[in-house]
Design a protein around this ligand. Structure first.
Ligand code: NAD
Length: 497
């Protein structure tokens, strides 16, 4: 099984005892390029045990040393990000420039985590009571699990592991079985950066591996990103096992285009946010809500631009790559069929695309649907493909109600030149990340990333202050260095005097 993509444990490749594997494909050719190991429960436990064994020494490693490893990882990643981007494109399909963008956004979290000494500063109160001082410290949780989706095989794990590791935890990453190679590449980079063995581990697998992470009492916290049904399952299962959990789920992101908006800017934004990464982004815009009389013009401008998109192999100067698997490609295409059958107007049809790539690639071109209504499945479901639906409404209030009635609340955007309208929208909309004339408002690493409602289960978003909070627990320490005059027996509850 030497050519199988394996686990990483104790600073080296670990071949478990399971012989189960899943195929890994290149979506631009349809060819099976490898097999990934699917861990058994025993394999999962072996990887978890490495993280358990490494924790005491890593927790006690000085912040100066931990930070120096973080800086080394940052330097190596920055110097070699093209290699990682190429691996992502080969298994995910997104175009190389987009894969590089993903790595850069992950790198920003590494840079944030390099500042961990400031982030871990506690508080100190002198003389809280007579001769009594109080201080607080932030301590790591222990071994933590990270479970990531296929669409960002490098960035999503990097939302979590730089901060988890910097704060003194040890990590088991369970990547998506669809594009597992990025995880091993990053594990090797950690080893090169000088991270001690066992601090960062990779567990390849499916539900068996995930379930062991969710229920094994040695794992103290779970960071999950994926679809809403699995996020809900992960949250329920892991919290029932007493773990701290943040589970980020799916999305249906709306953009509202007000009548006073710059329609060229809005049309550019709809194309970029609707079709970038073939719509396989949790922050993709899939519903453009045109308010008032601008709808015809907006649809024409989006169609004109979307028609110029070159769909093809991500290594061949394309604008948009294939979908991740054939099954997913066919599912997305079936939503277009359903939308058409339900009465939506197919303005641009990606089902007939001629792509610059392999004949067996998982191709679907940019698709623009007009006159979509809130009842159609193309609107109600998260499609996760290059399908942009235009909904027409008469007023701002109708647009807002559409968003606030939607079960998801990940990202949204408004396009307008009216500051007052934008300000009202940012206040009223029930969504976790809001863009004003910005279509994909992914927060910087020093803010936190995460949605509301069915887009997040748990109360901590990723990275930023909430990320540091998630990967630490606070201890409050009350100290008295005895002054002989304060002795004596007192059975009362401690009061501050
Ligand atoms: P997914 O839910 O199918 O898989 C996510 C992870 O869960 C993978 O590691 C997978 O192996 C595991 N998994 C799958 N089925 C499981 C099961 N039955 N039991 C236990 N584990 C299971 O998601 P995906 O298709 O890989 O990714 C796309 C989804 O992720 C979309 O819904 C997208 O919106 C979402 N996503 C959300 C965010 C966010 O920040 N909210 C970011 C990226 C992706």
């Amino acid at each position: 099984m030497s050519d199988v993509i394996q686990h990483w444990r104790d600073g080296k490749i670990f071949a478990g005892t399971s012989t189960a594997t899943a195929p890994v494909t290149n979506p631009a050719t349809g060819a099976v390029t490898g097999e990934v190991a699917l861990a058994s429960v025993d394999d999962a436990r072996a990887v978890i045990d490495a993280a358990v064994a490494a924790f005491p020494a890593w927790r006690d490693t000085s912040l100066a040393k931990r930070t120096s490893v973080l800086f080394a990882f940052r330097e190596l990643l920055n110097a070699r990000k093209d290699e990682l981007a190429a691996l992502i494109t080969a298994e995910h399909g997104k175009v190389l420039s987009d894969a590089l963008g993903e790595v850069s956004r992950g790198l920003e979290v590494v840079e944030f985590a390099c500042g961990i000494p400031s982030l871990l500063k506690g508080g100190f109160t002198e003389n809280a009571s007579t001769s009594v001082d109080v201080h607080s410290v932030l301590q790591p949780l222990g071994p933590v699990g990270i479970i990531s989706p296929f669409n960002f095989p490098a960035m999503v794990p990097m939302w979590f592991f730089p901060i988890a590791i910097a704060a003194g935890n040890t990590v088991v990453l369970k990547p998506s079985e669809k594009d597992p190679s990025a995880s091993l590449w990053m594990a090797r980079l950690w080893a090169e950066a000088g991270l001690p063995e066992g601090v960062f581990n990779v567990l390849q697998g499916d539900k068996t591996a995930v379930d062991e992470l969710l229920t094994n009492p040695k794992i103290k916290a779970i960071s999950f990103v994926g679809s809403t049904p699995i996020a809900q399952y992960v949250y329920a299962t892991a919290t029932a096992s007493g773990k701290r959990v943040q589970a980020l789920g799916g999305a249906k992101n709306h953009a509202v285009i007000l009548p006073d908006a710059d329609l060229d800017l809005a049309a550019d934004a709809m194309v970029n946010a609707g079709f970038g990464s073939a719509g396989e982004r949790c922050m993709a815009i899939s519903a453009a809500v045109a308010v008032g009389p601008i709808a015809d013009d907006l649809v024409a401008k989006i169609a004109e631009r979307a028609a110029t998109i070159k769909t093809g192999d991500g290594t061949k100067d394309s604008d948009m790559g294939p979908l991740v698997t054939k099954v997913h490609r066919d599912k997305v295409a079936s939503y277009i069929d359903a939308g058409e059958a339900d009465g939506a107007k197919v303005v641009l049809d990606g089902r007939t695309v001629i792509a610059n790539g392999g004949a067996d690639g998982f191709w679907l071109g940019p698709t623009l649907l007009d006159n979509v209504t809130p009842q159609m499945s193309v609107y109600t479901d998260e499609i996760f493909g290059p399908v942009l639906s235009v909904l027409r409404v008469e007023t701002y209030d109708e647009a807002l109600a559409l968003i606030n009635n939607n079960p998801y609340g990940n990202g949204t955007a408004i396009f307008t030149n009216d500051g007052g309208a934008a300000r009202r929208f940012q206040n009223e909309v029930e969504v976790g990340m809001v863009g004003i004339n910005v279509p994909i408002p992914v927060p910087m690493s020093y803010y936190s990333f995460g949605g509301w409602k069915a887009s997040l289960f748990g109360d901590s978003h990723a990275h930023g202050a909430e990320g540091v909070h998630f990967f630490t627990r606070t201890k409050a320490i009350t100290t008295r260095w005895l002054d002989p005059s304060h002795g004596g027996i007192n059975l009362g509850f401690p009061e501050n005097k």
